[in-house]
Structures are given as C-alpha cells and as structure tokens.
Design a protein around this ligand. Sequence first.
Ligand code: BGC
Length: 383
Amino acid sequence: MKKQVKKAATLFLLACVTMMSCDTSKKESEKNMIEKVSFGKTTDGQETELYTLKNAAGMEVKISNFGGTVVSWTAPNNKGVYEDVILGCDSVAGYNKGVPYFGALIGRYGNRIANGKFTLEGKEYTLAQNNGVNALHGGLKGFDKVLWTATPIEGEEPALKLTYTAKDGEEGYPGNLSVEVVYTLQKNNALKIDYKATTDKTTIINLTNHTYFNLNGNLDSDILDHEVTLNADKFLPVDKTLIPTGELKPVTGNVFDFLKSKKISAGINDTTDTQIKAGGGYDHCWVLTDSSKTLKPAATVYEPKSGRVLEVFTTEPAIQFYTGNFLNGTIKGKNGIIYKHRSGLCLETQHYPDSPNKPAFPSTVLKPNETYQTTTVYKFSAK
Ligand code: BGC
C-alpha cells in the first residue's frame, strides 16, 4: 500500500514537472511573439502600427511602420534593471507635430546636400531646401515620414522587415528605389539593422537611423556625462551651414579627438574652436580609421551612473555624432517628459554628407543592377 502511494505521488510530481516545463517553454515562446498595436493616425488619416520585439534576456524594442521609427528601447543597467534609453513620442500624434527625426529611418539621402542641388550623369537635380539653404535627411517627406510595409518575423531573434518604394522623382531624386530595412533583436541585447536597396535609374543613396540615445535611463537628463569613443582619426570640418568643406582633418590635438574614451562635456562648450561654434556643439561626420566595408567597431558610449555601455558596429565608412544641440525644451516626449537641450545623442552611421557634390568623397551613387547593402549593430551591456 505504502509503495502504491509513493508511486502515485511520484507520478503526480512527474506530471507537475512536465506541465510546469511545458508552461515555461510556452512562456518563452510567448516572450518572443511580436505584438502589434495601433500607433494612431498620420496627418493624412492613415493608420499606423507599433510592433514590440522582445528577447529572452529582457530587452524590448518598439518600432513603428511610420518612418520605420524606433520608438522605445529598454536596456539593462549594471543592476540588471531595464529602462528606456531613447527619445521618442507616445503615439504618432507626437511625431506629426514635428520632431527632429527621433528614432527614424533616414533617406533617400542622410544628412545635408549643399543648396539642395547635385548633378548626376550630366543632369542637375533640385531638392527641397528644408534646412536653411540646404537639403537635409531626404526632404520634406523623407523616409522618416512615410508608411513602410511591415512584416514581423518571429523567432528567438525576432525581426521586423520594412519595405518602401520611393518613386522616381519623389522628393526630387531620380529612380524608383526599392528599399528593405530589417531590424533584428539579437539574443545578446544588440539591435542589428540591415539596409538594402535597388534602383531602376542611376540615383544617390545614404540610409541611416536617427535614434537619440540617453543611457542614463532618465530621459529628463542631458548626455554631457556620457563617455564616448569614436574609432575615427579624422573628421569633416563644416562651413556655417554645416556643409563639409571637403577637408579631412586629423582629430589629434583638438576637441574632436575621441580615439580614447572622453566625457562629452570635456570639449562640447569649447567655443574657441570654430567647429564647435559652427555646430553649436558636436554635429559632425567622423571618418572611421578602418575604411573597410566589413562590420567593424565604430563607437562606444559609457554612462557612469547606470554603467550602461552602447557599442556601435558598422559596414559604413563614417559616423555622424550629433549631441542634440538643436533640442531646446519645446518638445514633449514619452510620458510627458520635455526633451531638453542635449538630452540625446545620435550615432548615425553613414557616408559623408554632401558626397554628391564632392567627387573626392566615397561615392554614394547607386546604379541599376547594383545592390546597396549596409549593416549597423547597436549593442548594449553594462559594467
Ligand atoms: C544633423 C543635425 C540635425 C539633426 C536633426 C543630424 O543628423 O547633423 O544638424 O539638426 O540631424 O535634424
């Protein structure tokens, strides 16, 4: 009798363990399910969506098909606490009011083109002058303001595939351009962005992502204490309108030297430096020392209070390091937080600004039968 009770108890226990393990594995797979909710309507009444990518480690990245925008992104501090580390808005209504490209995909041409003009195969093209006399970030309705077609790809490393076809002549650029961007949330708390594009007419292209990071976890703070390393031995000085002069200037001996980790506050207010003056802080393109098209470390950011570390890897030749100098406390973001001056920093991996007008810069021309392909990875950890 005793034996039978023991056997029954063992069987019961076994069943419980099996049920429990089934239950856990179900929860695991649920964790990686991509959730989709409404994100509100665009100014012309189109419905937008917000997708949540989660990994088993606990990272959550929310991305909208509106502008391919990364809306929120949680990363662990050195105590394992996940907090949102990027600027953004609660719904598309916030973006409709006009924000400086928070988290958005940028195209067809990232950063500035002088006077909104360039010549390609003997023909002059005119773009909207949406930044003083210059064209900036793809025009009046660049890739940051269009609706992308989203395809969620579930799995251990969930991904969101976004596609968009820019028409021949859209925003003044030649060629029907088919673009595909895949955001993949990796197991190791990295977000990989794969960009791909083809055209049916010779065109120019420079795609990037414009996320504003604040590793503090408190978005109501500035980024001046963040410590930055840029694996770049040269940068591109700019004129008063932030167009590169064409010179590639060594960083050694000036405030643009981030070859060794340095607090942003160390040089950002050095207005004796004419370049800091021109940008109102850092708003320049650094030329990576390693010019190869392999995926290589480009930048590291460390925030001492939280211990968070962000590493950036890219196949691109350059990185625009922008310290949120134009943020002025007029934008209300997520959870009602007002984004103050320099409350976010951008690390926009890219080709050089104004390349279409600077033959000595690496080419940004894309021809039919060629495929534009780049990758950038943003990886978080803590120490
Ligand atoms: C540019 C800045 C600009 C910012 C937001 C950056 O990529 O370099 O000058 O203000 O984007 O528009």
